[in-house]
Write a protein that binds this ligand. Structure first.
Ligand code: FPP
Length: 261
């Protein structure tokens, strides 16, 4: 890591251990679109599934680096509601990786105080996956460390549609007046209810779009697009993305500049 002293305070990232204690420019909520597993593998003459397997290792590194930095929420886009259109074997493999991740890593995540939350539509998931996800959430519910949010079978339009449907049900049942429908009413019915919006959204692999990820929550997020494919997104790449974030000036629609973090 370079020690780039500039007025953003980003030079403190040169010593991330210190950062974990006093994180002036560390985003509270980082969300990542983990893209490029397939291209990473194909470029090496490997199968796409091997790319996903290596992608899971990068997930572990991202969790560790988030803890080291003092990030409070890490949201990972692991399977989108559009990913069903992939070949069935690849879909099966991605489900297998989720299973493996929870079976192998849950105990250590729990030991490290990580609280696991899953967002997305669970209705289409098989009951064994659903109960694994429930188990991960229940076991870690009271943990106070990093909140690891796994977006699985997640699509932002679907999430917003489900929230609107609930509002409709509440109005129809007389529990909610149409006049009382405000941003908070919508927010509180999203899968991310109670969580802060992401400050920083990172997408790997050089693609520059949100692909139906956290569309409501991304309103004021800083977007950082990284050329590396996801399996190559290591600690140094993560720190660089946070450095880039720390250099940004956020205005939240107003004129007064607010430093990131
Ligand atoms: C995008 O790469 C990646 C995915 C669709 C899956 C991401 C899954 C993991 C990183 C592993 C599982 C993680 C957990 C937490 C269980 P791509 O296949 O779209 O790559 P390409 O654009 O190069 O084809």
């Amino acid at each position: 890591m370079n020690s780039n002293a500039d007025d953003s305070g980003a030079e403190i990232l040169a010593n991330p251990t210190e950062l974990a204690v006093a994180p002036p420019n560390v985003p509270r909520h980082v969300a990542i679109i983990m893209d490029g597993n397939g291209r990473w593998a194909l470029g090496r003459g490997l199968s796409r599934t091997e790319g996903h397997r290596r992608g899971m290792e990068a997930v572990r590194t991202a969790v560790e680096t988030s803890r080291e930095l003092g990030v409070s929420y890490l949201t990972l886009f692991s399977f989108s509601s559009e990913n069903w259109s992939r070949p069935p074997l690849e879909v099966q493999f991605l489900f297998g990786l989720l299973r493996l991740f929870i079976q192998r890593d849950l105990a250590e995540l729990h030991r490290n105080g990580v609280r696991v939350t899953v967002i997305g539509d669970r209705v289409r998931l098989t009951s064994d996956i659903r109960s694994l996800l429930d188990k991960a959430e229940t076991l870690t519910r009271d943990n106070k460390g990093l909140r690891l949010v796994i977006a699985f079978n997640y699509g932002a339009r679907d999430e917003i549609t489900r929230a609107v449907r609930r509002i409709g049900e509440d109005v129809a049942a007389g529990r909610l007046s149409p006049d009382a429908i405000d941003e908070a009413a919508i927010q509180s019915r999203l899968d991310t209810a109670g969580m802060p919006d992401p400050d920083l959204i990172i997408r790997t692999s050089g693609e520059m779009r949100l692909s139906n990820f956290l569309l409501w929550q991304a309103a004021y997020a800083e977007l950082v697009f990284v050329p590396a494919f996801w399996p190559d997104f290591d600690r140094a790449a993560y720190l660089q993305a946070v450095e880039e974030y720390a250099r940004r000036v956020r205005r939240f629609g107003g004129v007064a500049a607010r430093r990131s973090g």
